[in-house]
Design a binder for this molecule. Structure first.
Ligand SMILES: Nc1ncnc2c1ncn2[C@@H]1O[C@H](COP(=O)(O)OP(=O)(O)OP(=O)(O)O)[C@@H](O)[C@H]1O
Ligand SMILES: Nc1ccn([C@H]2C[C@H](O)[C@@H](COP(=O)(O)O)O2)c(=O)n1
Ligand SMILES: [Mg+2]
Length: 225
């Protein structure tokens, strides 16, 4: 295709070729806010402790995606000592959701830096604002959305046993995160469901069984299955 374009460009007057190349570069840059990068994205949603991070590691290993966790990016921002760090830290300890422009900027930078065209984004969009700002600013819709469906009782048990030193893995914050999930994140899942874009995963089972039973549904296919 490129060879064909170059060959036919030789037959055109030079100013026209220059205009055509400039216009094409402009179109590529304006198409999205990723510096012209064309990427495919899967969103992974589910309650706190439903196993999103655990299964994303399997997806990376088996299907060659880059995994971006919005929560991990925010924690790295806190640890970097950035000017927003203290504010992000306070919001996370309260189990609330960080303003969209901060999280989206971090995701945008990570996608531009990442050397891949397939990204699995975990823990995003967490609310309607996250979703609407991402889709309008970045100008990309996900290929589909994975929803890890798990009971609150099981998620609480997992979070209390996670032992990774997270400031939000205490019973008080966990309860607040559950409330935010029901009030703000479930409506996002319902939105994508209404568009036929959700693949629901039974995430209450032991981790190896979740991937054995549903792993094939976690990669790109021609249609939603
Ligand atoms: N299917 C499973 N059965 C039992 N334990 C699991 C399962 N999946 C993950 N875990 C364990 O539960 C804890 C939470 O898992 P994970 O970190 O993957 O959840 P998460 O959805 O990413 O949570 P968060 O939203 O808080 O980041 C971890 O200690 C993990 O090892
Ligand atoms: N889109 C997001 C994702 C995460 N956060 C904050 C609030 C979460 O409780 C916390 C931890 O996220 P997790 O690692 O559990 O996915 O990070 C947010 O504000 N916005
Ligand atoms: Mg996680």
């Amino acid at each position: 295709m490129r060879g064909g374009l170059v060959a036919s460009a030789r037959l055109l007057p030079r100013p026209l070729v220059r205009w055509f190349l400039q216009r094409r570069a402009q179109l590529d840059i304006n198409e999205n806010m990723l510096g012209g990068k064309k990427v495919k994205i899967i969103f992974v949603l589910g309650g706190p402790g439903s196993g999103k991070g655990t299964q994303c590691s399997n997806i990376v290993e088996h299907f060659g995606f880059i995994h971006l966790s919005a929560g991990e990016l925010l924690r790295a921002e806190i640890n970097s000592g950035s000017e927003n760090g203290t504010m992000i830290d306070t919001i996370i300890k309260e189990g609330k959701i960080v303003p969209s422009e901060i999280t989206i900027k971090l995701l945008q930078e990570a996608i531009i830096k990442g050397g891949n065209d397939k990204y699995i984004i975990d823990g995003f969009p967490r609310n309607e604002e996250n979703r609407a700002v991402f889709e309008s600013v970045i100008n990309i819709s996900p290929e589909f959305v994975l929803f890890f469906d798990c009971s609150e009782e099981e998620m609480e048990r997992r979070l209390l046993g996670r032992n990774q030193g997270r400031s939000d893995d205490n019973i008080e914050t966990i309860r607040k995160r559950f409330k935010v999930f029901v009030e703000s994140s479930l409506p996002v899942i319902e939105y994508y469901e209404s568009k036929g874009m959700v693949k629901k995963i039974d995430a209450t089972k032991p981790a190896p069984e979740v991937f054995e039973d549903d792993g094939k549904r976690m990669k790109f296919t021609n249609g939603i299955t």
